[in-house]
Design a binder for this molecule. Sequence first.
Ligand code: GAL
Length: 395
Amino acid sequence: MKRKLLGALLSVAMVASLLVGCSSGGSTSTADNAGNDTQAEAPANNTQTETTAGGKIGISMPTQSLERWNRDGAYLDEQFKAAGFETILTFSDNDSGRQVNDIQNMLADGVDLLIVAAIDGEALNTAMNEAAEANVPVISYDRLILNDAVSYYVSFDNYTVGKLQGEFIEKELDLANAGDKVYNLEITAGDPADNNAGYFYNGAVDVLRPYIDAGTLNIVSGQIDFDTVATAQWNTDTALERAQNVLSSYYADGTQLDVWLCSNDSTALGVAQAITSDYAGSNSVVITGQDGDEANLKNIVDGVQTMTVYKNVSNESIVTLGLAKAMLAGDTIDASLANSFGIECAYDTESYETSAGNKCPSFLLVPNVITKDNLQELVDTGLYTMGDDGYLSAN
Ligand code: GAL
């Protein structure tokens, strides 16, 4: 009788740990704590792990038109296959309706767990609700999905990405010692549908705001609010067109442009093209970015772009695999798991919510600043090769 009761408790603990959404993220650890008590008595051979090895994983990526997602999809697919899982990998061409359909097809194919990088964090409710009803846990990958069906979030510290961009500008222009000098700044932010975009924007603007208020930084166009400077789908041509409009409207009279804050590389590419073709000034403009896209790394070597914030998405896939295995095995999921990957990764249960007040336990990796002076760090990851011309290509 006792063994039967223990077996029932174990099954409940495992199902409970799979079913918890971010909404009960806090209770995840509670359930796990309860699970711990139960697992402490788990049979030595821990049949849970054996029965869950080699499940089927649905990997839903937003698009292939933005360079990094091709790498995310490949790394995730490789990692899970190498670990003995069957995978379904889709790219939804930046079409949220298609992404819903892709996820529904994965559920119909009987996936055991979903990994989703949302095109629009608020547009997947139909698929997320179906996942919850089917007891299929969801890892929200890189971009937070705003639905309580999500169990965990794996990303980078997105606010810090923006903060690093703001601090780079602060240091590059030595704003703290600018005295009466005024620098002219413009801003290009990301996709409003992408939950990350606001964090990138706020991280940077929070650093620069004191200098804007003091008049040390002057936004000549007056365009600073997020919705005005945002870029739908992070589209390079959209960023290019807006930058050309700003330059023709506010800088054609010879006004000097000193710095352009761009939240990522695809938008920085458009801004850099506009500056190259339409900016009459002779000074080189400080331009920020994010992702380490190949064209932008070339621009960094050539002095067209000044920095990018690099995020090792291979490491992001390693953390995601480790988390998925722990979820499927009903293991305890807490800071000790984050520390077990050998990758700098914080376990954060406060910063992100899938709905008002519902904290989502998150695994946040650490971003790095890359300039022309430390490109070797990218080569040292083993993920890039430097050619004889000094340009980097992704392996
Ligand atoms: C964000 C992502 C960034 C950025 C953008 C474009 O959500 O975190 O790396 O590049 O999407 O894909």
